[in-house]
Design a protein around this ligand. Structure first.
Ligand code: PLP
Length: 375
């Protein structure tokens, strides 16, 4: 990367794919008509949105009419969860997990203020929600189960198929926050069986401020944003045409190259971990065996993640941390807490998230830098 920076925080955001950038330029500089306008100049914008919807649907095993464009993951999660207020007045119970992103948890807290009851399911030490635990939490008035597909801090992938079966057997809707998973692992919405799925483009080499929600055909939702006919009136507002086009290009490309990308990223991760071991570093890797490619949550014994992050930053290495210190105490993330990571390791937890642009050489440099700092 320019100026020698090594970027290994791809779970936070990713670099825009160059092909995505090239395709979006046209819709910013030349064919910039409002897709709702009736003259022919706008036709290429409206056609581009149509095409993008088909492409995205194909990438996730959905139909084009099931894809709704949004501004990203936070909006998608807010839309679906807040929409539960209008489903059924007699059903005001939601089940989620205690390791969800704040864009789920904070909406749940808001809904609790509005009369909902929310059950926050625990996870096991690998960060997995156990389907049996979900079964026991179901009530007569449960309207929705919302469990993330892959966790953003430790990468654990959940058994969504089994959990949607449980929900549907009880006539309950199922939402999954798939922000970290889309574009990185194969996704088939029909096979997963979900009613709603949230995605965000900037996590898979698309643009920030663009995303989509899958809403299964026939499932009703309310509108989060009203005041226009866009997205069948369910998400009003002039579409981010360039962002949508870039998102579909980036997703299509990542899906076409998925096996190759996963193979490369797995190799980078394995070199990184081998290099840590070779240098005698005492660490544990958090998460489950089935987890996101490239996302490595590692805890170092008796270390401080905040110190590690700052020292790595001085070496122009970007990673993120799982525990942060304020002036009096160390604040451990809700995910690590829920997984009950060992006390002498938890404060030294960092997240290194590799993506398709990272190299083996970068993995070696990061491991070397961590080992130098820890020693
Ligand atoms: N959900 C998960 C699991 C995430 O990791 C993130 C972003 O980090 C979000 C939701 C929010 O997505 P966005 O940044 O597109 O609003």
């Amino acid at each position: 990367m320019k100026n020698g920076t090594i970027y290994a925080d791809n779970a936070a955001t990713t670099k825009l794919d160059i092909d995505a950038f090239e395709t979006m330029k046209r819709f910013l500089l030349e064919e910039y008509g409002n897709p709702s306008a009736k003259y022919s100049f706008s036709r290429s914008s409206s056609n581009a949105i149509k095409e993008a919807r088909y492409k995205i649907a194909e990438c996730i095993g959905a139909q084009a009419n099931e894809i709704y464009f949004t501004s990203g993951g936070t909006e998608g999660n807010n839309w679906i969860l807040k929409g539960m207020q209008y489903q059924d007045i007699n059903k005001m119970h939601i089940i989620t997990s205690c390791i969800e992103h704040h864009a789920i948890l904070e909406v749940c807290h808001l809904l609790e203020e509005h009369g909902f009851t929310v059950t926050y399911l625990p996870v096991n030490k690998f960060g997995q929600v156990e389907p049996e635990v979900l079964k026991k939490a179901i009530r007569q008035d449960t309207v929705l189960v919302s469990i993330m597909l892959a966790n953003n801090e430790v990468g654990t992938i959940q058994n969504i198929v089994e959990m949607t079966n449980i929900a549907h057997a009880n006539n309950i809707l199922f939402h999954t926050d798939a922000v970290q998973a889309v574009g990185h692992i194969p996704i088939d919405a029909k096979r997963l069986g979900v009613d709603f799925l949230t995605a965000s483009a900037h996590k898979f080499n698309g643009c920030k401020g663009t995303g989509f929600v899958y809403v299964r055909d026939g499932v009703t939702t309310s509108s989060l944003l009203i005041g226009g006919a866009q997205e069948k009136g369910r998400r009003a507002g002039t579409e981010n045409v360039a962002g949508i086009v870039a998102m579909s290009t980036a997703l299509e490309k990542n899906c076409e190259n998925m096996n190759k990308n996963i193979e490369h990223i797995n190799e980078v991760v394995s070199v990184f971990l081998d290099e840590l071991s070779k240098r005698g570093i005492d660490y544990i890797r958090n998460g489950a065996e089935v987890s996101l490619p490239g996302l490595v949550s590692v805890s170092f014994r008796n270390a401080e993640s905040e110190m590690l992050l700052h020292r790595l930053d001085l070496k122009k290495i970007c990673i993120s941390m799982g525990a942060a210190c304020d002036s009096k105490q160390t604040i451990v993330s809700h995910v690590l807490k829920a997984m009950q990571i060992k006390e002498d390791y938890v404060n030294g937890t960092i997240r290194v998230s590799f993506g398709k642009y990272n190299t083996i050489n970068e993995a070696v440099i990061i491991a070397e830098a961590i080992s130098d700092i820890l020693k």
